[in-house]
Design a protein around this ligand. Sequence first.
Ligand SMILES: Cc1ncc(COP(=O)(O)O)c(C=O)c1O
Length: 344
Amino acid sequence: MSAEDSPRHSIEHAAPWPLAPPRLRLAHLPTPIEPLPPLSGWPAGPRVDLKRDDLTGVALSGNKIRKLEFVLADAREQGADCLVTCGGAQSNHARATSVSAARLGLGCQLLLAGTPETPPRGNLLLDRLLGAEVRWLTPAQYEQRDLELQRAAERLEAAGQRPYVIPEGASNEVGAWGYIAMLAELVAQHPSRPWTHIVCATGSGGTHAGLLIGSRLLQWDVRVRSYLVQRTRDYFVDQVLRITEAFAARYEVPLEFAREEIDIVAGFEGPAYAEPYDEEIALIRAAAREGGLLFDPVYTGKALTGLRAEIAARRFAPDDRILFVHTGGIFGLLAQGERFLTRA
Ligand SMILES: Cc1ncc(COP(=O)(O)O)c(C=O)c1O
């Protein structure tokens, strides 16, 4: 039986809302919810639970596959035979796209920022193993990533293929459905909706946008807050607003958000994208040793450091209840092994 015929890969139209687009079932859902275990140095304050989206699948681990379930159903409906996307050299999104392409029998071309790593490690090792074609972009080319994606698609078309372009992080109005559906999953798991805040890392804005749109569609008065890991707060506020506007237009829903409603926190991103800092490394080590939990240095480690600092600064009330979405990133951790060993 090919992946095409497998019931796991059949397009599902019975989504929770009449306006929801088709979805491919690729992730292992629902993911569990667990309390954050006691960690040394963690301040007293509100209860924190973890939504274990690091468990969406072994090779698929993380948040991207939730978005790809919808984006790839769209690609399938459009008759695509290959996927084109972009990201950093250690992009979790690129890796989840490589895995999905292999499972669906599609080609995969990745435009990655940086220079070839030898030997490839972490996500890049998996991209190679999974047979994705990698093209490297200079930092200047990566700034123009949408144009580069378009050019790559044109080259593939000229060669007789039917490419489907997925933007950075699958962060667009289709991918947003992944986190709208995640909110519906939460409500099914806990109908009493006990959380006052849902927090996560932001790297391209799609997870935050999906959660925000989902809270409105579900009429759930929960605060969505994210911790950025690169670029600027203004960039991500614009990005989230762009996704929500595109969503309202495409699915014809009257949704509007004010800039002030986009709660994105800067200050915990460290010296540069993917560069961890001492406080973060110490927290990642504590979570590993005291809780058996693996956070990554690029996204979740920074967001968790931000959350801890904000709890310590009493930016949450004691009776708040926070859900931290653990968005994965394990292979990014493996790509930076030495850093964690040399600071033992
Ligand atoms: C592990 C991990 N966590 C969080 C994020 C951030 O999610 P988003 O791109 O939807 O902002 C990403 C990707 O950017 C990621 O790979």
